[in-house]
Design a protein around this ligand. Structure first.
Ligand code: ATP
Length: 294
């Protein structure tokens, strides 16, 4: 990724084919993100105004980021990514400035996708303690709000989260004039997103990205083993059946671990076999719990 004054414009290589399962979801994103960019003329001809924002929500490690990158790539759009928690942890005014600068760059580089990870941190429901506070504490960062009394006053009665939120809303409302910019946001906690973001013309498409079912897990395993040399006895369907509650990220880890097991056993091994997958499977715990699945 190339860094421009704190704004990362990433060259995204992810494609729809790198994402296992989620067929309907991919189709919806294609229509919401890829079509308005690729077929702007048709939208104009019929007088359809494309969605400006798409909110992706669902458990971590289930491809929200990869979906956003794949959409950008398929649309041949520039990809700008921002982390809500990171914006929140900046010094006073810096988060808003970075936000505005990112939209400015995105306009110049249009068509563009602006991707917000951990969107709940930047757009907390007013009055709720944002996730970003715990994020900052965890990472040893000092959020401005914590210094000045977050949730209290900082520049009138406006908190850091609220200022970031209103900057984001202003930028999104301004998109009416600029064509070819779509904002994608991801969160594990959609219920803390401020209602103001859900108004028409903002995040008017909300998509749930579920954890993979057995069929999805099979496709994910196929994707992450496509460059691996597999033994004839490997049955990925069976692996998929035995990995309930594994996320896409977990499955990627499982494939890598199976390869490592094979190498630990024999550095000159020429394939990864069923027993290696079994051992790897038994040594790993899934990230999801039943209660995390909506
Ligand atoms: P987070 O909420 O933690 O940011 P996320 O939902 O954005 O997670 P990604 O970062 O897109 O998830 O996924 C993490 C990794 O898991 C990716 O690098 C990808 O390789 C793998 N992965 C997740 N889901 C899938 C999938 N459906 N198909 C293939 N790979 C997947």
């Amino acid at each position: 990724p190339s860094m421009t004054r704190g704004i990362t414009k990433e060259v995204s290589k992810a494609s729809w084919d790198d994402i296992g399962g989620l067929k309907d979801l991919k189709k919806k994103l294609q229509q919401a993100v890829e079509w308005p960019i690729k077929h702007a003329d048709s939208f104009a001809r019929l007088g359809i105004s494309p969605v400006r924002g798409v909110l992706l929500h669902g458990p971590p490690g289930c491809s929200k980021t990869t979906l956003a990158k794949a959409a950008a790539n398929a649309a041949h759009a520039s990809f700008f990514s921002l982390s809500g928690a990171e914006l929140y942890s900046k010094y006073v005014g810096e988060g808003e400035a970075l936000l505005r600068r990112t939209f400015q760059k995105a306009r110049l580089a249009a068509p563009s996708i602006v991707f917000f990870d951990e969107a709940d941190a930047i757009a907390p429901k007013r009055g709720l303690k944002p996730l970003a506070v715990s994020y900052c504490v965890l990472h040893g960062l000092v959020p401005f709000g914590a210094v000045s009394g977050h949730g209290g006053s900082s520049g009138g009665n406006v908190t850091v989260g609220e200022r970031l939120l209103s900057t984001l809303l202003t930028e999104m409302d301004g998109l009416e004039l600029a064509t070819g910019i779509i904002v994608l946001a991801a969160t594990n906690r959609p219920h803390v997103i401020d209602a103001a973001l859900m108004r028409p013309g903002r995040f008017d498409l909300v998509l749930y990205v579920p954890p993979p079912d057995a069929e999805g897990r099979f496709e994910i395993l196929r994707i992450h083993t496509r460059h691996m040399k597999l033994g004839k006895d490997v049955d990925l369907r069976e692996v998929a059946e035995s990995t309930d509650l594994f996320t896409g990220a977990d499955l990627e880890g499982l494939c890598r671990e199976a390869g490592m097991v094979a190498l630990r056993e024999d550095m000159s091994a020429d394939s990864v076999c069923n027993s290696h997958f079994q051992t790897a499977r038994d040594s790993l715990r899934p990230s999801l719990t039943k209660s995390m699945i909506e």
